[in-house]
Write a protein that binds this ligand. Sequence first.
Ligand SMILES: [Zn+2]
Length: 130
Amino acid sequence: MQSFLTPTCNCEEFNLGFKCVPASGVKLEKMDEKGAEGIQVRWLITEKDGAPNFAMRLFELKPKGYSPLHRHNWEHEVYILEGECRVTCERQTKKATAGYVVFIPPNAEHQFANAGKTTLKFICLVPHHK
Ligand SMILES: [Zn+2]
C-alpha cells in the first residue's frame, strides 16, 4: 500500500486533497466586512482542502463595489479575470483589466474597486494567516 507521505503525487491513485471542480460550484459568500461594499467571494482552495500554505479566492465586485482600504502583514497576489479594477496601493492608484496581475506587498495600505459597469472578477491568493 502506498504511504500518504510519498512525496510524488500520482493523482489517479493518490487523490488525498486532489480537487478539480468548476469555480462556479464553490459557494459565493457575501463579504460583510466594515468598509466593504458590493463584494462577494468564493474560497476556491483553502486549508480545508489540505492546502498547507496558500488560499485561492475568487472575488466578484458589483459596479461601484469596493473592498475596505486596509493593510495587513501578508501579501496579495491578484489576477484580473473580468471587468475594470481601480486598485490603490500606498496612495498610488492604477487601473487593471482582464489579464493584469497585481502584487500588494505586506503592510501596504490597499483597496480594490470596480471602476466599470460590469461585474469585476479577480483571483486573489493569500497565505493562511493564523
Ligand atoms: Zn488585503
